[in-house]
Design a protein around this ligand. Sequence first.
Ligand code: GTP
Ligand code: MG
Length: 346
Amino acid sequence: MKVGIIGLPGSGKTTIFNALTGGKVKTIRYSPSLSPNVGVSKVNDERLSVLEEIFHPQKTTASEVSYVDVPSLTSDRWTQFLGYIATVDVLLQVIRRFEESGLPPADVRKDIKAMDCELMLSDLATIEKRLEHLEKDLKGKEREPYLREKDLLLRIKSDLEASTPLTEQGLSPDEAQRLSDYQFLSAKPRLLVLNVEESDMSKVPSLEREFSSYPAVAICGKLEMELGELSEVEAEEFRSALGLSERAVDHIVQLSRRLLKLISFFTVNANELKAWSIQEGTTALKAAGKVHSDMEKGFIRAEVITFEHLVKCGSFPSARSRGLLHAQGKDYVLQDGDVVNFLFHV
Ligand SMILES: Nc1nc2c(ncn2[C@@H]2O[C@H](COP(=O)(O)OP(=O)(O)OP(=O)(O)O)[C@@H](O)[C@H]2O)c(=O)[nH]1
Ligand SMILES: [Mg+2]
């Protein structure tokens, strides 16, 4: 999963990037950096440690999330930087909910609107460029597909001009598919991160409720970044003293995964226990291809057991003898928590 961190200047993007990735990038408003910060983090999944206890693999590999933090600088540069996030799967929009001298009073709804505008303007620019090119394509012999493309682009253009982002244009799955290569920004799923003052932590639940339709999480970025610099034990102590139950970064990752409908399956052998992320509805054949292209090409079947059953049985032989290890064909739709052994020939 690739996450793009966006937001207005000084909203706390780099602070939250550091909290998410354990990064140590300097946090200053109007950071002079011209290139985006990139980093990765692991998806925290307690099921991995349970499986480790059973299998004692030499190595355990969690799913990864990668992040791009785009410096905003001044607003005229911002559009240029949006190019860096064209390939991300989900947008994390950081919104300032703390007061800062030299910046206007925090206004969440206004900032959401401002970002909507930026994203839609970027999409409109992409459409303009493509429409120009299309005029040339339309002079060729095969006009039909280009006419269809032009029709669709003109329609979404007029909706964008009426301030309707692509996520709200009611596109059919076929239309969304036809537009997917453009990587339109207002079509990307978005999670709001309301960056609150430490003294406002008590308002977190009501803020999250107020903006739940986006959806939104409220965190204190600065505090999370500082907690991320402590040892796990120390951070846990601080967290419970502050009454924080879950690690905010885990919460953000979970919500982003839910937005993208991502689930996990596991593979295990003597060398490696590994968690894989796939979209809901992925078949065994496609999942095999994710592990190795040979597994997809030479797919025979998948032996599948649920995480819960495997834990109950304690081993594959025991699960097999109890009839809980199921042979599944290529069309089987993987479920969250499946532990899978792919059988294939090369
Ligand atoms: N009070 C308070 N200040 C914060 C919080 N999060 C970030 N800041 C401060 O806001 C300033 C800007 O933070 P950054 O994380 O660099 O913001 P940014 O969005 O990356 O800024 P640009 O990249 O320049 O757009 C820094 O001085 C941070 O210390 C917060 O939760 N509370
Ligand atoms: Mg920054």
